[in-house]
Ligand binder design. Structure first.
Ligand code: PEP
Ligand code: MG
Length: 573
């Protein structure tokens, strides 16, 4: 009988194939008292050496199949393997307690993992915990002489089923043979999910129980669009999935044809479809999916991936690379947005009760203005290489905007006095993420060149619902009329002053929100690269007059988000 499971759809696509069960290897060991300490340390060192060699191979493979950017996660793993603090602690544990290397490795890495995992508000440190766990498994396998399952050896069509996939597991998947994967745990932003999207392998995660229902070689059908998994499907169900797979492939082929097309609605209005990036490397995705601009460059990753503040020159190189890579198309660079869930190990502040409401983004930049000036100088110097637009995040008051802009103008004047060329027509805008700014957007519109609505934060602040807290996720409602009214106010205010309004929060790529936003007259939509073509395809089918009617009805006649969704469905049938 068919067993139906539901999970989180994290990577589009449909697949039917035999299950390949990724079984966790037995890495159990006995804690032993040893007398030859040097021998144990030598064993540890040998295992570390083997693990390093293996990881280097995986890294090279990942760089080829996924790109340098994704391969960087293995640099983090390699760094763990050569971290003197960690290795020193394991060696001391062996010496001080006269225990075998396995026991010392486990005790010390458990301690580090526990410490990092305890930092629940800090996804960066949680990822470091996952890195250490992944690396420990590899070193332990060498100490015990147990072979880790080798996903890169798969040479027939399968669907990988696992409790979870580590980044190193995912990097070994060959999309020629691995048709999809399904896991018990994970979420949309877990590393394996992000990699699945880059590899374009359909994936469903967080099913909680898939491993309990699947045996090796059993047929399974996976729908990475809806999150459905069928174990042991009937021939009729398989046929249904095959139809869905065909339909999806046809859709994708249609989308791909739009790669070099302009984004125009059914009635011929041009809308700018842009991509969000975190690093210069991400440009490949934006260009590969036909992005017309970069609508959000999250520069804080430059700071987070660096052991200390990135220098003005390092920043200049990164901004220049992005501007040149876009060949004159617009690039909106957001100044550093540290704080909230994004911390810098080298920039320590007293702990806060509510980091999302605390010292972050522009608030830090205005207080630590040397750091901010360095970024502004790097941006100004890079401006001559393309079409730069500068955007300040988390602006709550006009005073903040004026202060930030004054610093920008000061640095510009200094550079010009030094004989350094700076572009003259750089647009300067703000993110609308704070309800206070959305409400008085009419005042801001007189002074800024553009708005970009950051709905990820705007929704959490408007609904008073932490975007990271699953218990209140029901309140995270992009289609709530309250949000739509704020968005409308921002767009109308911009237009009244002849300025443009864009959106770079996740809502911009949400297929239910897009018709509403087109109806509200949003000028620019910026989203993850893989959503660009499907959005272009959707926009082609939308008539702006009809969508304006939809948006107006949603705002004036709907009481709830559910009613808005029903209305959108009615208008886009
Ligand atoms: C937003 O808040 O919508 C946004 C785009 O910024 P981030 O997700 O980086 O906070
Ligand atoms: Mg934000």
């Amino acid at each position: 009988m068919t067993k139906q499971l539901k999970g989180i759809a994290v990577s589009d696509g449909i697949a039917v194939a035999k299950a390949y069960l990724l079984v966790e290897p037995d890495l159990s060991f006995e804690k032993l008292t040893i007398s030859d300490v040097d021998h144990e340390i030598a064993r540890l060192s040998e295992a570390l050496g083997h693990a390093t060699g293996e990881l280097q191979l995986i890294r090279d493979k990942a760089a080829k199949s996924l790109g340098e950017e994704e391969a960087q996660v293995f640099d983090a793993h390699l760094m763990v393997l050569s971290d003197p603090e960690l290795i020193g602690a394991i060696e001391s544990n062996i010496k001080d307690n006269n225990v075998n290397a396995e026991s010392a490795l486990k005790e010390v890495t458990d301690m580090f993992v526990g410490m990092f995992e305890g930092m629940v508000d800090n996804p960066y440190m949680q990822e470091r915990a996952a890195d250490i766990r992944d690396v420990t498994k590899r070193v332990m396998s060498h100490l015990l002489g147990v072979k880790l399952p080798d996903l890169s050896m798969i040479d027939e069509e399968v669907i990988v089923v696992a409790e979870d996939l580590t980044p190193s597991d995912t990097a070994q998947l060959d999309r020629k043979f691995v048709k999809a994967f399904v896991t018990n745990i994970g979420g949309r932003t877990s590393h394996s999910a992000i990699m699945a999207r880059s590899l374009e392998i359909p994936a469903v995660v967080g099913t909680q129980e898939v491993t309990a229902h699947v045996t090796e070689g059993e047929m399974i059908a996976v729908d990475g669009i809806e999150g459905d998994v069928l174990v042991n499907p009937t021939s009729e169900e398989v046929a249904n999935f095959e139809v869905k797979a065909k339909d999806f492939a046809a859709l994708k082929a249609e989308w791909d044809k739009l790669k070099n097309a302009q984004t125009v609605t059914a009635d011929g209005k041009h809308i700018e479809l842009a991509g969000n990036i975190g690093t210069p490397k991400d440009l490949e995705g934006v260009n590969g999916h036909g992005g017309e601009a970069v609508g959000l460059y999250r520069t804080e990753f430059l700071y987070m991936d660096s052991p200390d503040f990135p220098s003005e020159d390092d920043q200049f190189e990164a901004y220049k690379a992005v501007l040149e890579g876009m060949e004159g198309k617009p690039v909106v660079v957001r100044t550093m947005d540290i704080g909230g869930d994004k911390e810098l190990p080298y920039l320590k502040f007293p702990e806060e009760m509510n980091p999302f409401l605390g010292y972050r983004a522009i608030r830090i930049c205005l207080a630590e203005d040397e750091m901010f000036r360095t970024q502004l100088r790097a941006l100004l110097r890079a401006s001559v290489y393309g079409n730069l637009r500068i955007m300040f995040p988390m602006i709550a008051t006009l005073g903040e905007f004026r202060e930030a802009k004054a610093l920008l103008l000061e640095e510009k004047a200094k550079l010009i006095a030094e004989g350094i060329e700076v572009k003259d027509d750089i647009q300067v805008g703000i993110m609308i993420e704070i309800p206070a700014a959305a409400v008085i957007a009419d005042r801001f519109a007189k002074e800024v060149d553009f708005f970009s609505i950051g709905t990820n934060d705007l929704i959490q602040y408007t609904m008073a619902a932490d975007r990271m807290n699953e218990r209140v996720s029901y309140l995270y409602q992009p289609y709530n009329p309250a949000i739509l009214r704020l968005v409308k106010n921002v767009i109308d205010s911009a237009h009244a002053e002849g300025k443009w309004a864009g959106m770079c929060g996740e809502m911009a790529g949400d297929q239910t929100a897009v018709p509403l936003l087109v109806g509200l007259g949003l000028d620019e939509f910026s989203m993850s690269a893989t959503s660009i073509l499907r959005t272009r395809s959707l926009m082609k089918r939308l008539d702006t007059t009809r969508m304006a009617e939809l948006a107006n009805k949603a705002i004036t006649e709907c009481d709830t988000a559910e009613e808005v969704v029903a209305l959108v469905n009615e208008y886009t049938k």
